[in-house]
Design a protein around this ligand. Structure first.
Ligand SMILES: Cc1cc2nc3c(=O)[nH]c(=O)nc-3n(C[C@H](O)[C@H](O)[C@H](O)COP(=O)(O)O)c2cc1C
Length: 555
């Protein structure tokens, strides 16, 4: 393995030869965990500065969103492209359901003396660095008019940040959602590696938006033509006066939500000097530890120019064949949880295993990757432990068949490359190694049992340095977003199959690279995941997510 490159902790006055991609790779290397040395962190949790997981903008006008009828969504197959639901009209109710099913609360967990909320979108350490904003056109039912609104999940309200003069039209083609990261929330616990987790979380959230839209018959598309400075202006992140002592937000992405395909497409939102702004951001911790490596990585990976070409997903795969599921889309989305433990015994069938993996394939007509404007750059290296009809061992799931030859050369230490018996060669599964890999998977995942006690676990291996050289350092974030989207698809597919998944951010990057014989930075593993039969922690009580609002409403 080459030596980690030197990391310069300043972006000002770049010396000759300074290169943003080199710097991003240096951050990447510096934040790898190794068995003998973890990435730099705070070395213990300072509970006194634990960040508030809920951002609020005090003084902004509030738009209360209704809570939906919980049984009012189509069958879960709609989430995986099984069919398309008729589009719901754009109303306050459907907007509320869209946010509830993407960024809302999913449960309240309680142990004596302590409670916390879980959300529909997962987050490393349940710290939730991702904030969501709706950019809405003028609508007859929108009292505050066109403008920028921050979604506050605890109260299920939109806080109006900006008002924009605009006449209401009878129908709107759609609206936009901006995502931002409050990196401090994640850095408080995880230190320098936290910026990776923020990006995973953005990917999970983007896929969650896409899945919620599918339940409503709407579509979502990431808009890579927005650069970060434009997005910061649009969402008011650059308004220092509104943040004062509050933790700043990093612009991540803007997505378009298509509600009514027959209406005239709305013009892209523009920031106007006459916009009226409201509200002051709350401070989340009374004091902070600085992480200059994260500040540098934010600056270096900023999208400074629009991404050029938009990728059109080619038809490579047969129609989707997700796990059959009796639940409604809303039920599946709301029941998603991360497994904290697996039983170490239950197997899943090969059909279920393949149906879960099928949901990760990019298809033009299937969420979540129909929202993704780039080619697939991540393939899955699988550790199969308990799948009936499939020998335990290491496998490759080739989401990007164009990678096949390059991976075949790059995997210097895999003994075989074969199609498992009785499998159609078109199924993109290749066996790389036979044998029991439970100890290896556990060790690889920072000794976490969840990587060994389920049916299978996996590492998401990305084509790395060539993508950064071709597209610039901003592509580093895109690779992690794609990984997060994969995680969200796997979460929902596992729920549909009657099992459960968990994202694994704590893993020893180079241990996997070495096992595969990968050298240099052409390929890097960015995120791990595990799926199996969960064991509940019976000490925890689960309460409904929005009981506090129903009580406040007298319900
Ligand atoms: C990027 C990411 C990394 C994670 N890494 C781990 C991990 O290494 N080990 C683990 O047990 N859980 C991990 N999790 C699961 C989170 O702890 C979990 O999502 C969070 O506690 C919220 O719970 P929920 O998913 O049930 O809503 C990870 C989740 C994400 C999104």
């Amino acid at each position: 393995m080459p030596e980690p490159r030197d990391f310069k902790a300043t972006t000002a006055n770049h010396p000759a030869g300074w290169d943003a991609v080199d710097q991003m790779i240096a951050y990447h290397d510096r934040t790898k965990h190794h068995p003998e040395r973890y990435a730099r962190g705070p070395g213990g949790l300072d509970w006194a500065t634990q960040p508030n997981p809920f951002r609020r903008f005090k003084g902004s006008p509030l738009l209360k969103l209704p809570l939906a009828d919980r049984n009012d969504t189509p069958a879960a197959a709609v989430l995986f492209g099984g069919f398309a639901a008729p589009p719901r009209p754009f109303t306050l109710g459907s907007l509320g359901l869209f946010f509830e099913l993407s960024m809302g609360l999913s449960a309240r967990k309680e142990i004596p003396g302590q409670s916390w909320y879980l959300r529909v979108n997962p987050s490393s350490g349940n710290l939730h660095p991702t904030e969501a904003y709706a950019v809405l056109p003028a609508l007859e039912w929108l009292a505050g008019g066109a403008g920028v609104y921050h979604y506050a999940p605890l109260e299920h309200v939109l806080e109006q940040r900006a008002h924009r003069s605009q006449g209401a039209k009878p129908d709107a083609a759609g609206f936009w959602v901006g995502l931002t990261s409050i990196t401090w929330r994640e850095a408080w616990k995880y230190g320098e590696r936290a910026f990776r987790y923020c990006q995973h979380d953005v990917g999970h959230a983007l896929a969650a938006l896409r899945f919620a839209a599918a339940a409503l018959g709407w579509r979502v598309a990431l808009l890579p033509e927005w650069d970060d400075a434009q997005l910061a202006r649009l969402l008011g992140l650059d308004r220092t006066e509104d943040y004062a002592d509050a933790e700043r937000e990093t612009a991540e992405l803007l997505a378009g939500v298509m509600v009514n395909e027959t209406a005239e497409p709305a013009l892209s939102p523009v920031v106007d000097a006459s916009d009226e702004w409201f509200g002051r951001a709350n401070q989340l911790s009374h004091s902070h530890i600085g992480w200059p490596a994260i500040d540098e990585a934010i600056a270096v990976s900023e999208r400074k120019a629009p991404a050029a070409d938009k990728y059109v997903v080619p038809t490579l795969w047969p129609p989707p064949s997700p796990p059959p599921c009796v639940h409604s889309a809303g039920q599946l989305i709301r029941q998603r949880r991360s497994a904290v433990d697996f039983d170490g015994a239950t197997s899943i069938t090969r059909e279920k295993f393949l149906a879960i993996l099928d949901t990760t394939l990019p298809r033009a007509c299937a969420p979540p990757f129909d929202a993704w404007p780039f080619p697939p750059r991540l393939d899955l290296v699988l550790f199969v432990h308990r799948v009936t009809g499939l020998e335990p061992g290491m496998y490759l799931w080739l989401r990007a068949p164009a990678d096949a030859e390059a991976l075949w050369h790059a995997f210097r230490d895999v003994p075989v490359w074969e199609v498992p018996a009785d499998l159609a060669p078109a199924v993109p599964l290749r066996r790389l190694r036979r044998g029991d890999l439970r100890d290896f998977a556990r060790a690889l995942s920072c000794q976490q049992d969840i990587a060994a006690d389920g049916a299978f676990s996996l590492g998401m291996v990305a084509r790395f340095e060539p993508v950064l050289r071709e597209r610039g350092a901003a592509a580093w974030r895109e690779l992690f977003w794609e990984a997060g989207m994969l995680g969200q698809a796997l979460h929902l597919a596992a729920e549909a199959a009657g099992v459960r998944g968990t994202g694994i951010g704590c893993f020893f990057d180079d241990m996997l690279h070495r096992a595969l014989g990968l050298e240099g930075h052409d390929w890097q593993s960015l995120y791990h995941f595990t799926i199996g039969n969960p064991v509940e922690d019976l000490r925890l009580r689960t309460a409904p997510p929005y009981a506090h609002l129903e009580l406040a409403d007298g319900g």
